[in-house]
Design a protein around this ligand. Sequence first.
Ligand code: SF4
Ligand SMILES: [Zn+2]
Length: 371
Amino acid sequence: MIHRLDPLQDLVLKASLRARGHSLERRRHRDVNRSAAVWTSEVRIGSSIGTAISIVLATRGCSHALGISGGCTMCSYLLDGTNERVSSENIIRQFESAITQFEHVAVPVSVKMYTSGSFLDPAEVPVDARHAILNYLSKDERIREVVLESRPQYVTTESLGEISELLSGKTVEIGMGLESGSDIIRALCVNKGFSTEDFQRAVTIAREHDVGTRAYILVKPPFLTERDALIDSLNAAVTAASMGVTTLSVNPVNIQRATLVEKMWQNGEYRPPWLWTVVEMLILARARISTDVRIVCDPVAAGKPRGTHNCGVCDGTVTAAIRKFSLDQDVTSLVSLTCDCKSIWRHVLRCQDVSLSASSHNMHVHNPFLT
Ligand code: SF4
Ligand SMILES: [Zn+2]
């Protein structure tokens, strides 16, 4: 199967590289002693509502995106990294100056450690800096939950051994982008560069160390119709849950700069998913997956042309209902949503592939559902 996919895979890889273009040269100068971003939000931690402190460390960027693969088709995180050399001391200073801003937030606290790639990749966060950050987190009793992001290949017995030892007593999750349950869609539509088997291996290692896992599920990678995107994301959620992940984070595609998705969107060949697709996916996933697995969704740029959107009238209400569901896991507020545009969305689900095959070149002209 892999051999038959090779030529297509090669095309996607080259298109991703072309879309990346001069991103590396366009990265702005950064103070390497300050994190790239830090913010707080409300979050459910166990049975309480507390504060999530999200910290994005400025690193050299994702190794997958920096390499010859060109990175994932929808991700511009490479632009958030820096071309300056970032030492362990710099990373530790970034972390400390970020976390100390939030000494008086409501408890319990969840800390989400992001980079523009993988926190567990030693090329981004050197092992001694990682150790110092984990050590700091272990000593702060307000912190009940820690979420770290990584590609599966950096989830090893060594890195997980360190995490489980230092953070014992806290809930820990490693967030990984499964994106799709299908190896073919993950390879050809996302250019992700790892298999379902790789993901499963990482989940197993995490479980062996009593560490939870959070699967990121992409809604509507490029080249899928709205209906296929709904089916694919639901399938991914069910697959991830059956592998033993503890949380599903549902991420509708948003249009990021210098990506293949942005090129397609500019050419009228891609529309971000309807909010209705996200709502339907969440309702179906919640019905099919054990309530032991939390399902969350905080859509980026919701209601805007570059984000998941509906008609413009109902976007705010639908997004608020999605955020409420993420906190209480109750689908009632999702099921009761309604708007005139829902019937157009249903029509898209039924007919979009027919419209696309009828006029693929001019589909943005003839197909109102792509705007
Ligand atoms: S989605 Fe993750 S793995 Fe893919 S390019 Fe972005 S940071 Fe790297
Ligand atoms: Zn509407």
